[in-house]
Write a protein that binds this ligand. Structure first.
Ligand code: AMP
Length: 281
């Protein structure tokens, strides 16, 4: 269960939302979200600029930075627990990812919709979406209002202290880079919004790790949820439509600021049977 901590006085200092969006010929290339203090903004802009300009998908011809002082209340929380399941191949990873979704009571029709759409490009023109699709957990219906763009989750990050413990956890499981940090922040926010489960794999052809995230089972990574060289990727948020105020849900994902102050270790690396057993216990 993700805990929300009350605001503490030392956190009352001003924090800023820094967002980067890079595109080429009007198509999204990369993006990033940070929540940080003023003194860290300039160094972070340099880092994000270097990342955007050298992106594997193609050099962007436009990079936008937005810096905004956060005036609304910020939510502070612990991350979803991180588990990494050892699998043998793409088929094995997908089979187990599907099982985690079934354990979360996502229907077969909704699961098939997500896998099919992400695999062939989830927007109507069969390109990757910039944001996520939202899928009704029972009917498999797509609920996002703009199925070309999808819904982009914004204003979330992992705080400095939590990032240090994340680095230790990542080193322990032999993982490097910014992806886990950013995906964990996103997945934690998405689960707090009331999403039953999330399925994701990257559109980067060299990055084959994907995950299923949920409040019940945490952020569960699978080493190869797609084949190397595959340019398709995306995100699906599974939702029980009847249980949710849809506009409030979208508003939370897009505008509420959330900072992770503690990283929760799960079970990594872990064989499937052991993972199931730990959650049954
Ligand atoms: P990435 O993990 O950055 O390669 O992103 C994989 C896919 O997730 C993208 O193709 C988008 O469809 C989706 N995505 C990326 N960032 C976000 C975001 N902030 N909110 C919602 N969906 C996103």
């Amino acid at each position: 269960m993700v805990k929300v901590y009350p605001k503490r006085s030392r956190r009352e200092r001003s924090l800023y939302s820094l967002r980067m969006r890079a595109s080429r010929d009007g198509f999204h290339v990369s993006g990033a979200e940070r929540i940080l203090s003023k003194d860290r903004i300039s160094a972070e802009i340099v880092d994000l600029f270097n990342r955007a300009i050298g992106h594997e998908i193609g050099n962007p011809d436009e990079i936008h930075f937005t810096i905004e002082k956060i005036k609304d209340e910020i939510l502070y929380t612990a991350s979803l627990p991180i588990s990494t399941i050892l699998t043998e191949c793409v088929e094995d990873s997908r089979k187990k990812a599907i099982q985690v979704l079934i354990l979360n009571r996502v229907s077969e029709v909704a699961i098939s919709r997500a896998f099919e759409d992400i695999s062939k490009g989830a927007s109507p023109d069969r390109k990757n979406m910039r944001g996520a699709m939202i899928i009704d957990i029972e009917t498999g219906e797509r609920l996002e209002s703009d199925s070309y763009r999808g819904v982009r989750v914004s204003r979330m990050d992992i705080g400095e202290e939590a990032e240090e413990s994340l680095k230790i956890e990542m080193k322990r499981i032999g993982v490097e880079g910014f992806r886990v940090k950013e995906a964990l922040a996103l997945a934690t926010k998405v689960s707090m919004a009331g999403t039953v489960a999330e399925l994701c794999w990257s559109d980067n052809p060299d990055y084959t790790v994907g995950y299923v995230a949920s409040k019940r089972y945490g952020y569960v990574r699978f080493p190869n949820l797609k084949k190397e060289g595959d340019i398709n990727g995306g995100r699906a948020f599974f939702l029980r439509r009847s249980d949710i105020d849809f506009n409030g849900y979208i508003n939370f994902l897009q505008t509420k600021s959330l900072l992770i102050t503690k990283v929760t270790p799960g079970f990594s690396p872990c064989i499937w049977e052991e993972f199931l057993k730990r959650y049954e216990d």
